[in-house]
Design a protein around this ligand. Sequence first.
Ligand code: DQA
Length: 146
Amino acid sequence: MSKTIFVLNGPNLNMLGKREPGIYGGKTLADIEADCQKAGADLGLIVDFRQSNHEGMLVDWLHEAGEKAAGVAFNAGAYTHTSVALHDAIRAISPLPVIEVHISNVHAREEFRHKSMIAPAAKGVICGFGPHSYILALHALKTLTQ
Ligand code: DQA
C-alpha cells in the first residue's frame, strides 16, 4: 500500500511566484504542488500538500501527520526561525520523520535566518535547491520509510 507524505508549507509561501522572485524563483506554490504530485506518483507515495499562514494550523497538521502519514516534508517559512511550538510538535510526533525544507539557502542570507528552531527536532534539513528542495525531501522520505 502507498504511504502518505504530508508536504506542509508555512507563512507567505502562498505568495510564491510574486514574492521576491530573485530569491524564490518564478514558480507558484501550485506549480510546486504539481511537481510534488508527479514525483510522489513516480516514487509510489501519496502526497498531501497544504499551506497555512497560521502557526496553530501547522501544529494541528503535524499532529494529524502523526496519525495518518509516514513522514513530513516541512517548509515552515519564517516560523522556522521563531517557533518553539513547531519544534515541540515535531518532537510530539517522534519518531515520524520530518524533513525541514527551504527553497533558498538560508545560511547564505540574513543572520536571523541561520538559526532554525525546527532543525534540532527534524530528521534532516534540505535547503538552497530552489523548488527542487521539495523533490529531494520526497526522495529522502521514500528511502527513510521503506
Ligand atoms: C524559506 C526561508 C525562510 O527564511 C523564509 O522566511 C521563507 C521561505 C525558504 O523556503 O527559503 O518564508 O523557508
